[in-house]
Ligand binder design. Structure first.
Ligand SMILES: *Cc1c(COP(=O)(O)O)cnc(C)c1O
Length: 636
């Protein structure tokens, strides 16, 4: 056994760096979770959670939700705003909202509302169906409901209904035409709306969502349009309805300087509008609070170069300074942080169901008498050991392989000879790689050997369902084995999913402080499960997954910790994953008809005598079981 220890595992997988205090590696080599920020001594052993899931007969893959993490995040943002507002002697309050598009799962929204109640934490909707949901779930009359996105008459009417119900619903005007629709509706219903104005910001954010600001942004009003809106409201004697100024310069803001710049611009605009007589009460800074997915604390797209506290301090002090200079009241501060609220609370746990390794092919390579010269050449190279420089061996092996391929196409080499050649080729490469030292690594081709020889671990999940952003925008998500972290991981591998799509794989991994094409994992052991966790999937990934290959939603396990028994936890709820039947039905299949059709065909074979009646019944039942069963691989 090597002298591997958990400090090296931490160095490699960076669990503390991206874990935000919630995740760490335990002395026993298992991932530990500390889900409640108020109870730092309470930790849950992730392996125990996995074992409990297995003993309940639940199949992987599964989404595990730690509701205590969700609550902690809500408490932390509200309390940090509260603390810094006090420290700065800031005159406004913090009135945060959770944008449900980040994770619309009912249980998530309910938990957030419950944890946020003492702070009057509200909700944000960006579409009509989301508004339908928040109407029912935000019934706190003191909490805000912020309504963004493009609106039609029904959307606006629902919002006015909210006002009738005495809710603080703020309709954020994205386009001038929305105002033209709203004014007559409000008059007709005799309801006074609360109106927000979304500003198209001049600050250019960086990263994947840079298009959310600037002249070509999809959302918001230019300064000229804002002034037209004000004019129009004044004409209609509705200027007093304008309560909020809103901006959102993009998600996952990685650079704090852009945030400061945006806060400056937004606060200045707020102050100037107040000076023009617009009675604004709220300044809404949108979302964008980032997550350090790759643990590098840099401005890379999957990271952020600031802490949550620093972000909040910059907002509070930044707005205060400008308001004091401009001699206008401090507005109440609204933020719409979604990613930061939910990313940590859920992860996908699944099993590795197989390994594909290029050098693992074992075909009998023993010499035969009438062997082709190409096979003989490769054999000599194979047996040459370290007589030659690694580069020379590599060049020869690659050359022979190319020649063999040409010869095969011409019908000169047999299948048997090709198999031998191929086996020897990969063994030579493995051999060279094994013998390499630091000095020879400078040769670039030899460096690529590492990639050529890496294994592929076949993982029971779908990238398109569970980690859409890794595929769509090259987002890095941490992948770590749940246990065995006190053992040296000896296999360099990449992780591929079970879809029939070559894109169905994770292509970027955290390796120390670098982003790498491969990740070291442990040797798979016969008869033993190897569970890995895909972490920080609670924002967007949970709900953006698609139906590629009809895999559908995963089983969900909701975990809470016992306050009074440190280390103890309980599974509060299990939401079954989508069955094959359900997935097919959403694609318009009539599964009853399908079962009947298959049964008919079986019955026909029974009548013909080619199937025993008893067997026919068994096959019929089996087909029905598959319909009702899981879409993912069943592993015994
Ligand atoms: C998406 C979005 C958010 C959430 O952004 P995060 O980066 O997840 O915090 C907030 N406000 C608006 C208007 C959005 O479109």
């Amino acid at each position: 056994m090597s002298d591997w220890n958990i400090d090296q595992a931490e160095e490699l997988y960076g669990v503390n760096r991206w874990g935000a205090g919630y995740f760490s590696i335990g002395e026993n080599g298992n991932i530990q979770i500390c889900p409640n920020h108020r109870l730092p001594d309470v930790t849950i052993d992730m392996k125990e959670v996995v074992d409990e899931i297995i003993s309940e007969g639940i199949q992987f893959p599964a989404v595990i939700r730690f509701h205590d993490i969700l609550r902690s995040q809500v408490e932390i943002i509200n309390e940090t705003f509260g603390k810094l507002i006090d420290e700065a002697n800031y005159q406004g309050k913090y009135c945060g909202v959770f944008p449900i598009k980040v994770n619309q799962m009912r249980e998530v929204v309910e938990e957030i509302m419950d944890a946020g109640e003492p702070y009057n934490y509200g909700l944000e909707a960006g579409s009509k169906p989301e508004l339908v949901a928040v109407m029912a779930y935000n019934d706190n009359p003191d909490a805000l409901t912020i309504l963004n996105g493009y609106k039609d008459k029904d959307y606006l009417t629902l919002a006015l209904l909210g006002r009738q119900l005495k809710r603080k619903m703020i309709i954020v005007i994205e386009k001038f035409s929305e105002l033209e629709m709203l004014i007559p509706l409000a008059k007709q219903m005799g309801v006074e709306p609360m109106i927000g104005l979304r500003s198209k910001m001049m600050v250019k954010s960086s990263g994947k969502w840079a298009g959310s600001s600037g002249d070509r942004a999809k959302f918001g009003l230019s300064i000229a349009e804002i002034l037209n809106v004000i004019e129009r409201l004044r004409e209609e004697d509705m200027l007093h309805c304008a309560k909020l100024l809103h901006f959102h310069i993009g998600s996952q803001l990685s650079d704090i300087r852009k945030i400061k710049e945006a806060v400056n611009e937004g606060a200045r605009l707020y102050a100037k509008l107040v000076q023009e007589g617009v009675p604004l009460e709220y300044l809404d800074i949108g979302g964008g609070l980032g997550i350090d997915y790759d643990g590098t604390s840099t401005t890379s797209d999957s990271s952020r170069n600031y802490s949550t506290e620093e972000y909040i301090a910059d907002v509070v002090w930044g707005v205060k300074q400008i308001c004091d200079l401009e001699e206008v009241p401090h507005p109440n501060l609204v933020s719409e942080s979604g990613r930061a609220m939910t990313a940590h609370h859920s992860c996908v746990v699944t099993n590795i169901v197989g390994e594909m390794k290029p050098a693992g092919t074992q075909y009998d390579i023993s010499a035969s008498s009438d062997e082709h010269i190409l096979v003989k050449n490769m054999r000599e190279l194979h047996n040459s050991g370290d007589q030659f420089h690694p580069q020379e061996r590599y060049n020869d092996a690659a050359g022979y392989k190319q020649n063999a391929y040409e010869a095969f196409k011409l019908g000169i080499l047999s299948l048997n000879e090709m198999a031998k050649l191929d086996t020897m080729y990969w063994q030579i490469l493995a051999d060279i790689h094994h013998a390499l030292d630091k000095d020879t690594y400078v040769i670039q081709e030899l460096e690529e050997l590492e990639d050529m020889l890496a294994s592929q671990y076949l993982c029971n999940f779908s990238v398109f369902q569970s980690a859409a952003d890794t595929w769509a925008i090259g987002q890095v998500l941490p992948v770590v084995p749940i246990s065995r972290l006190n053992e040296q991981p000896e296999v360099r591998c990449s992780i591929v999913d079970i879809t029939c799509d070559s894109d169905g794989k994770l292509s970027k991994y955290i390796e120390g402080t670098e982003i790498s094409d491969h990740i070291p994992m442990h040797n798979l052991r016969k008869g033993e499960n190897y569970h890995v966790g895909l972490f920080l999937t609670g924002a967007y990934q949970d709900v953006m997954g698609d139906m590629h290959n009809l895999f559908g939603r995963l089983t969900e396990v909701h975990v809470y910790c016992h306050d009074d028994e440190p280390g103890d936890f309980y599974i509060e709820e299990v939401v079954p994953g989508t069955s094959a039947e359900k997935v097919l039905q959403t694609m318009q299949y009539n599964t009853e008809y399908m079962a009947k059709t298959v049964k008919k065909q079986i019955d026909r074979q029974v009548r013909k005598g080619s199937l025993a009646p008893r067997e026919g019944v068994r096959w019929t039942n089996f087909y029905e079981q598959c319909l009702a069963g899981s879409t993912y691989l069943s592993v015994e």
